[in-house]
Write a protein that binds this ligand. Sequence first.
Ligand code: NAP
Length: 289
Amino acid sequence: MANKKVLILGAKGMLGQELVQAFSRDGEYTVTAWDVDDVDVTDFVVAEKKIRILSPDSIINAIAYNAVDRCEESDEEYRKAMVLNAEVPGFLAHLAKKTDRIFVHYSTDYVFDGTNESGYAEDAEPRPLSCYGESKWAGEKNILAEAGRSYIIRLSKLFGKPAMSAIAKKSFFDMMLMIAKTKESVQAVDDEKSCFTYAPDLAEATKALIEDEAPYGVYHLPNSGSATWYEALQELYTQAEIGATIQSVGSDVFPRSAKRPHCSVLLNTKRPILRRYQEALKEYLAHME
Ligand SMILES: NC(=O)c1ccc[n+]([C@@H]2O[C@H](COP(=O)([O-])OP(=O)(O)OC[C@H]3O[C@@H](n4cnc5c(N)ncnc54)[C@H](OP(=O)(O)O)[C@@H]3O)[C@@H](O)[C@H]2O)c1
């Protein structure tokens, strides 16, 4: 497979930058990495023109609107979420279909309502609880309606090297490491369970999906091992040798605008299982030293 062209959109994001690394590593791909300063993909006319000129074999969309609570709070924010999370992937899937290219897009465990304690397989019926979840599910439906050569990969709770933008959302682990510098005692929610996803692992799993020519469709590719925020924080502070006390609390202690699923564990029934999040976390912390 000599020098296939890959276009990565949202290339300065937490996942985007790891996709650039993964596809650049062995020189088998010509990688084009674009973020909003290269092309604002919401301008469909300009974006289509640039993408057609580049003519990539695969378009990987790591662009996101991920302000989960803000999205609930105003019509303007909800509109932004719908544009970035639903209309943009629909436009890209349509363009990929017209030009017979592979399209990869990422979605979330927040498309599920979280009532299934045994977790959600790829074909489980989404029923989002929040505006953010609705916008991501709308994006999935727009892509599926094209019935092109598309992969929709769901993940949850991404962590890894922070995105390059100053306004980027911090991962849970980065936020809790920062908090530990000033607090001796923290509270963590123990009634929301899901999986964590290490950005470099997901980037490699995405590359493998394309290279294996896996059937197009929906995939769940988080790291293995589910945890509540409380359990994950215990793991973090143990590994990082932080002595702060952690108090387990219910989600009612932290009222937030967007309703979260109670249990949104993503089951990966189609692809090789990714390593446990605890191992990935160990690697992430080692890289920070
Ligand atoms: N983070 C999580 O915990 C999580 C959980 C589940 C699913 N996901 C999904 O995983 C994927 C990657 O998320 P992420 O956390 O890596 O996102 P991220 O760090 O926020 O990166 C998104 C990138 O897209 C850029 N972007 C925004 N608007 C754009 C536009 N109009 N045109 C071009 N680029 C634009 C952003 O630039 P600016 O920052 O300058 O706006 C940013 O560099 C998304 O589909 C997300 O929904 C993430």
